[in-house]
Write a protein that binds this ligand. Structure first.
Ligand code: IFM
Length: 757
């Protein structure tokens, strides 16, 4: 039995309501529900989202992940007074998300302003076993006197995305004495959502229903004797559809049937089934660390839990939003975060999910081709931000300047083209880790050649060499530059791999081969200076340097923009996030330790880390350079982006990419996992704070288990697998242990070490 950790919400605090609503959000890849309290607080943002359910609320809006009608809210009156923790006294408090089974629980002892004491307990989960299912229980125990209790809960369709209403209420109905159903449709008529809920009280009560102002509500009133507990059990089934093959009535009736079948089983049985699904999940992806700080294990469990909860593994037509399914930040759009920060976890634990994420891009090729064509380029230009259709969804303008009334244009959609090569990078990574030839022959090669074709058209000839002009690299504080090193090198990698895999799979296209060969010979790859520093772009090194220490202290808050305009920032050596260091991370074959260290030493002092995508990558590169303690500091800072003490860091949702990077930092950083020329390398070096690290790893259809401590590595493999360990070629079959110092073997199976044959 794995000893999975829990995440605690340490105290009721009105400042951090939204942070914990994000961090403790329950989800299963199909739906996500923010961990808001049942009772109402003005600043609390409720949220329930279905992966891929986007809609545009108006002409000047972009598609956004729809915040669905709320099912969590319960209005509780105790002796005629509304229950709120802002009044009275909290006598004891416990709230936690149990990662093992996905259950969120709260237990509060509370004294009301007029002196009566109550215990309020609540539990809920989103089922990993039946995706449209969520269940909750809410219990009240009057502790010192009998109490009059009334409860009101149901389906509240007044919910909006910060005021933008996406849904029409089509019908609301009540069935028998317990069940409610609301049918809603996105205002463009494209998607129908049916929410069915059964609310049952553990004791006899006066029960009634109301439907008013988009709220369908079930009311219970009763008197509860002292010491007795009354429990409301609410089971909810959230169905949706685009295709209208069934009549509305049949679809709604089926949903009610599903609800009834679940509700008849009851909360505990439903939780048990979901917990079993989580157990299976944990068995295949838990990363265990024996560390001085238990926080590190919590961070790793937090990461794996959310990486599961945010990923629509059931449906390849959708991908992962930058905030997962935990909030409305970035409007639920999909960025390069998915391929570069989230895909590695899936690739090395559930490669089928990585495949689906890539198929999402493949299914959306039409939008990418269209974007390239509109801009006058061939091939596929993937949108910087995408949603369900694969069209560009980046908002045209950022926040308004309220002094001038002017809106700042968002340049990313116009120039942050590296996403094209990032997707190609992920295709190659997927093939290397799986050798899935069927995928490569079909989707993979189409993606590689379409993206390569884009780069070949995108490049500009300058005195015989090919350059890529007017781009934004990963560092979004430096806009519209020529020859961003990251972009040029990744474009080269993209075209080189398109050519390589075409040849490997025996596909002949003379025109493509000729053009690609020419591109590879002439594309400008910015060269390192004598110290190994690669210029970020053509002009970066000529810009002035300023002292960034005060801004680095507030990393993530973009405080530099309070002192300088974006245009001014653009004219200084200031990075928002890893750029050349990111390049070093992604293409380890190209850059040796000394070059990585040189770039890290040069660029890191110039990097504010205002993006949550920055520190973890620095950590991995530091680990590869042998600076394990520095890597650990970056890793911890990366974990603290969500889990640290800032009460507002995650109000609008967790940072999905940073969550992926918690996993990557451990596996690609401290375990030293790299894929070099298609081969698996491990070069573990644990930070002093970690004594042991254990994790499962899928590599080319074999499920390995790796255990690392300060002196040795043990690998368990059911079939022969070859890899390079600390620079030496080894083959593992069964369980084998290598000591770091001498590579002496303690063998259960057979092993060979030495140079690669
Ligand atoms: O994709 C990132 C980008 O690199 C930095 N700004 C936030 C985006 C979404 O996470």
């Amino acid at each position: 039995m794995l000893n999975i950790s829990v995440l605690n919400d340490p105290a009721f605090c009105s400042q951090s309501l939204n942070k914990y609503a994000s961090l403790m959000a329950c989800g299963n890849g199909y739906m996500g529900i923010r961990a808001t309290h049942e009772e109402e607080y003005t600043h609390q943002t409720r949220g329930m989202y279905l992966a891929g359910l986007y809609h545009r609320a108006g002409r000047h809006e972009t598609n956004e992940l729809v915040n669905l009608p709320d099912i969590i809210g319960i209005s509780l009156q105790l002796n005629g007074e509304y229950f709120s923790l802002l009044s009275g006294e909290i006598l004891s408090w416990e709230r936690q998300l149990n990662f093992a089974n996905g259950e969120l629980t709260r237990s509060v002892n509370w004294r009301s302003p007029d002196g009566a004491c109550f215990r309020i307990d609540s539990r809920r989960f989103v089922s990993l076993d039946q995706l449209p299912l969520t269940a909750m229980q809410f219990s009240i125990t009057p502790l010192d006197n009998a109490a009059k209790i009334s409860l009101a809960t149901g389906i509240d369709a007044t919910q909006t995305n910060s005021g933008r209403q996406h849904l029409d209420e089509i019908s609301v109905r009540v069935f028998d004495q317990h069940s409610l159903q609301g049918v809603y449709e996105t205002q463009d008529g494209a998607i129908e959502i049916v929410i069915s809920a059964r609310c049952q009280l553990s004791q006899e009560s006066e029960c009634s229903f109301s439907a008013k102002n988009r709220r369908l509500t079930c009311h219970h009133a009763l008197t509860v004797p002292q010491g007795q507990t009354v429990t409301l059990e609410k089971i909810v089934w959230v169905a949706h559809r685009r295709d209208k093959a069934l009549s509305s009535e049949t679809f709604a009736r089926n949903a009610l049937g599903e609800l009834n079948a679940c509700a008849d089983r009851g909360y505990s049985a439903l939780l048990h089934r979901s917990a079993r699904a989580w157990q299976t999940r944990w068995n295949t992806c838990r990363v265990e660390v024996m560390a001085e700080a238990y926080q590190d294990q919590i961070a790793l469990d937090y990461a794996v839990w959310h990486l599961t909860a945010m990923t629509p593994a059931h449906d390849e037509r959708i991908s992962i939003a930058a905030k997962g399914l935990t909030g409305e930040g970035y409007k639920g759009h999909v960025f390069w975060d998915t391929e570069i920060f989230l895909l590695p976890f899936h690739l090395f634990t559930h490669p089928q999910t990585a495949r689906r994420l890539l198929r999402y891009r493949w299914l959306n090729l039409a939008g990418a081709r269209e974007k390239a064509r509109r801009n006058g380029w061939p091939g596929a230009l993937f949108p910087w931000e995408s949603a369900a259709s694969g069209r560009e969804e980046t908002p045209e303008f950022a926040a308004i300047n309220i002094r001038t009334g002017l809106r700042q244009k968002v340049a990313s959609a116009l120039a942050e083209h590296h996403i094209v090569a990032d997707i190609a990078w992920a295709v190659v990574a997927y093939w290397q880790a799986t050798h899935d030839d069927a995928f490569m022959r079909n989707e993979g090669l189409t993606l590689l050649t379409e993206t390569a074709t884009f780069w070949m058209g995108r490049a500009t000839e300058v005195s015989g060499r090919l350059e890529i002009h007017d781009v934004i690299g990963p560092d979004e504080y430096t806009e519209h530059v020529n020859n961003n090193a990251y972009t040029n090198y990744l474009a080269h990698y993209n075209v080189a791999n398109a050519l390589k895999f075409m040849q490997q799979f025996g596909l002949q296209d003379n025109g493509f081969t000729e053009k690609a060969t020419d591109f590879l010979a002439r594309i400008w790859l910015p060269e390192a200076d004598e110290n190994g520093v690669i210029p970020q772009d053509d002009t970066f090194l000529s810009k002035p340097v300023i002292d960034l220490s005060q801004y680095k202290k507030d990393a993530g808050k973009q405080t530099i923009l309070l002192d300088y305009s974006r245009a001014e920032v653009n004219e200084m050596q200031i990075l928002k996030q890893a750029d050349v260091v990111m390049l070093n991370y992604l293409l380890p074959e190209r850059f040796d330790r000394q070059q990585c260290r040189a770039n890290m030493n040069f660029y890191e002092p110039r990097t504010i880390h205002d993006s949550s995508l920055s520190k973890a990558i620095h950590g991995i590169v530091a680990a590869r350079c042998g600076d394990t303690q520095k890597a650990y500091r970056f890793w911890r800072d990366g974990a603290d982006i969500d889990l640290g003490s800032d009460p507002h860091s995650s109000d609008e949702g967790i940072h999905a990419a940073a969550t992926g990077a918690i996993w990557s930092g451990a596996i690609q950083g401290f375990a030293g996992l790299q894929v070099l020329n298609g081969e698996l390398h491990l070069s573990p070096a644990l930070p002093l704070q970690w004594h042991r690290l254990t994790f499962p790893l899928q590599w080319q259809q074999t499920q390995l288990r790796v255990t690392i401590d300060s002196e040795s590595v043990t690998i368990d493999s059911p079939a022969p697998v070859s890899l390079t360990l600390w620079g030496q070629w080894v083959t593992v079959n069964g369980q084998q242990t290598w000591r770091r110092n001498d590579f002496s073997l303690s063998v259960n199976g057979t092993a060979t070490t030495g140079d690669k044959p």
